[in-house]
Design a protein around this ligand. Structure first.
Ligand code: DSN
Length: 426
């Protein structure tokens, strides 16, 4: 077969882009060679609809072993009693929870997308907001922290069936105990989407939501540093609170509802090559050196946030407890949009994403914010003493975002430094 030079040339270009620049997208990371090896393996050839030991295809005995290993390692990592490793993504994991817990039109409560929430927690353009009745809570304007009082008020007044904690752009620890209390009081199921801080939680550096929530979902590719994908976990299984029964009249357990909601409810054949890569990543996360990595992610984020504050930038909530931070550009550069800031930084080989800030005066296409995160640069080997240097470069670009000479000078400096932090041996 002729080699597909068109696509492999594009892959080479992307590898070069990743290698020469500073990656600050909070949801991205660089996986290990063995995670990539598992993803690019013969397991991609196998159909395995169903679950280990109960498949709809023959020849699944080998992939059964790797899926079981992924399940066992994930349980061990978070102290979970039950897991599902098949969701193709975090949004698919969330969709399965909605399928298991709600009927179309039911009320649920999640963090407002423009206050740091996620698309699949109730955005009107997502299945969650289209099929279900989304209610929202915000962060407080004065300190950028979750408004737990508002969350409680809405839960008591509206009695949603599901309450969701978790965010895409929120740099603080959560008060899971408080949300669980109001969920118990109002009869709601409490779900945490831990996709962003999952790696820090696995390392024991943030509270483990599996201890507080009924159901936890996650992606596997952010701080956790696995392949692109999703998972669902529970600390203990429980009978579904609405008495849904099996055809034989038995009350279903939540694990049965969730398994059925993933397959056949919302997905077909599982991606067994990705599940094997998830198993590899979970195995890596169980090693002692993984804790050192996550501690460094946190240290780097704290140092970057401080350096930004020192330069006059406003960080929503004033700092970070985790791997990310949301910068409100309006304080330092009132006329600079997140859109232009992102473009100028990309031209300097510094990658981040524009983001709405709470109470933003601009649209989601323009935005007044930038989101930064440290998982990828930490994998690359950068330590906290390098964070002021990165912030200096960011500031240089944002101070004159349409000056091509200025951007080129920053880009040269970035490229010269990043050569010292090789990513791939091949
Ligand atoms: N899009 C992801 C992020 O960047 O946070 C969340 O799914």
């Amino acid at each position: 077969m002729t080699r597909d030079t068109a696509i492999f040339d594009i892959i080479r270009q992307e590898r070069e882009r990743q290698t020469r620049g500073i990656e600050l997208i909070a949801s991205e990371n660089y996986v290990s060679d063995q995670v990539m090896e598992a993803m690019g393996s013969v397991l991609t050839n196998k159909y395995a609809e169903g679950y280990p030991g109960k498949r709809y295809y023959g020849g699944c005995e080998v992939v059964d072993e790797s899926e079981r290993l992924a399940q066992e390692r994930l349980k061990q990592l978070y102290g979970a009693a039950w897991v599902n490793v098949q969701p193709h993504s975090g949004a698919q994991a969330n969709m399965a929870v909605f399928m298991a817990c709600l009927n179309a039109g039911d009320k649920f409560l999640g963090l407002n997308l423009s206050h740091g929430g996620h698309l699949s927690h109730g955005s009107p353009v997502n299945f969650s907001g289209i099929m279900f009745h989304a209610l929202e809570y915000n962060v407080r304007e004065e300190d950028g922290r979750v408004d737990y009082e508002q969350l409680e008020q809405v839960a008591r007044a509206e009695r949603p069936k599901l309450i969701i904690a978790g965010a895409s752009a929120y740099s603080r620890e959560w008060d899971y105990e408080r949300i669980r209390r109001v969920a118990d009081e109002t009869g709601a199921i409490f779900m945490v989407d831990m996709a962003h801080p999952a790696g820090l939680i696995a390392a024991g550096l943030l509270k483990n939501p599996v201890r507080y929530a009924h159901i936890v979902t996650s992606t596997t590719h952010k701080t956790l540093r696995g392949p692109r994908g999703g998972v669902i976990l529970m600390g203990e299984d429980f009978p579904n609170p609405w008495g849904k029964t099996t055809p034989k009249g038995e009350i279903k357990m939540m694990s049965q509802l969730l398994d059925s909601a993933v397959f056949p409810g919302t997905q077909g054949g599982p991606l067994e090559h990705v599940i094997a890569a998830k198993a590899v990543a979970f195995g890596e996360a169980l090693q002692p050196e993984y804790i050192d990595y996550q501690k460094q992610v946190q240290k780097n984020a704290a140092a970057m946030a401080q350096a930004l504050v020192d330069k006059g930038y406003k960080i929503i909530s004033g700092g970070t407890d985790n791997h990310c931070m949301l910068v409100d550009l309006r304080t330092k550069f009132p006329d600079l949009t997140g859109k232009l800031a992102e473009k100028a930084l990309v031209a300097a080989d510094i990658t981040s994403n524009k983001n709405m800030v709470p109470f933003d005066s601009r649209s989601a296409f323009q935005t007044s914010g930038l989101r930064f995160g440290t998982p990828a640069i930490t994998t690359r080997g950068l330590k906290e003493d390098m964070m002021p240097w990165i912030v200096e470069l960011i500031d240089k670009v944002l101070s004159d975002p349409e000056n091509e000479q200025n951007i080129l000078a920053v880009r040269k400096e970035v490229n010269a430094e990043m050569v010292k932090y090789p990513l791939y041996a091949w």
